[in-house]
Design a protein around this ligand. Structure first.
Ligand code: FAD
Ligand code: FES
Length: 256
């Protein structure tokens, strides 16, 4: 486990309550796998627990990583008030990210995300494309004004959008988008709320490689406190820790 006071290079608002923050530090050297997360200490004395946020982009040349987060409560509100030059106490990279090892040139990957599940999928898509894999994105947001990274995803491959109110892309949720496609993927990668993950699990039961990044409340973020356990599907008497064994699991592996 690595920890460092990283420096904020820049921060900007992308959409209502959504912020993009670029951080620099030596920790970036250890960031390789998409789907891993960092655990950020909130610079406010009364907020003791760190906040887990996925790595959205890794740039080894610039020694930077990017995160995208939504203001939910006090912790993320404090993050949004920080400026370039401020320091943040960061632990990570944590967890097991997506496994790209089985895919190669000519394969087709469906990349499925909703809301605040979208950020880690960008680094994933970049790395898959680099491996020669064709990427197709299915991204869901609340409405047009909440959409972010549309052009970034479009630059990597076919990108389809849904919004709850139909103001951008298909009206409905990501499940509706998936139902509207007849193409068959080699692998599926998803990150979002449990409803989205369950839909992906149901729709792609015949696809061998379906990887789901689970959302779970976390405390320590490194396997020590058992705040984030869920049960193994084959043997519910056994449990795994989402922070340490996950957050990415194969579909059907765990009960969520
Ligand atoms: P509060 O509700 O005040 O938080 C209170 C406590 O609950 C804190 O300890 C907080 O860490 C915990 N908590 C609240 N919501 C969540 C949640 N959904 N998951 C885990 N802990 C939670 N959000 C983003 O916006 N962008 C991301 O890229 C992102 N990646 C994540 C990756 C992982 C592996 C996990 C588990 C969560 C991720 N989240 C992400 C959710 C993010 O951690 C919470 O929104 C954030 O911790 C809320 O903190 P808060 O103080 O603003 O809210
Ligand atoms: Fe402590 Fe997962 S958050 S074990």
């Amino acid at each position: 486990m690595k920890q460092e006071m990283m420096t904020i290079v820049r921060q900007q608002q992308l959409a209502p309550r959504i912020y993009e923050m670029v951080l620099t530090g030596k920790l970036v050297e250890h960031m390789k796998r998409p789907g891993q997360f960092i655990h950020l200490r909130v610079p406010r004395a009364d907020l003791l627990l760190r906040r887990p946020i996925s790595i959205n982009q890794i740039d080894q040349d610039q020694a930077t990583c990017t995160i995208i987060y939504r203001i939910e409560g006090d912790g993320t509100k404090v993050f949004a008030e920080l400026e370039a030059g401020d320091k943040l106490d960061v632990m990570g990279p944590l967890g097991n990210g997506f496994d790209l090892s089985g895919l190669s040139q000519g394969d087709k990957a469906f990349i499925v995300g909703g809301g605040i599940g979208v950020p880690p999928l960008y680094e994933l898509s970049k790395q898959l494309k680099h491996q020669g894999v064709e990427v197709v994105h299915f991204l869901g947001f609340a409405s047009k004004e909440h959409v972010y990274y549309a052009e970034e995803f479009q630059a990597l491959g076919d990108t389809r959008f849904s919004t709850d109110d139909g103001s951008f892309g298909l009206q409905g949720n990501v499940g509706n988008l998936l139902l509207a496609t007849e193409a068959k993927p080699t692998a599926v990668f998803a990150c979002g709320n449990n409803g989205l993950l369950k839909t992906v699990e149901q729709l792609y039961g015949e696809v061998e490689n379906v990887q789901l990044s689970l959302e779970s409340r976390m405390a320590c973020g490194m396997g020590a406190c058992y705040a984030c356990v869920c049960h193994v599907a084959d043997d519910p008497s056994k449990s795994v820790k989402v922070c340490d064994d996950g957050p990415v699991f194969q579909a059907g592996e765990v009960i969520f």
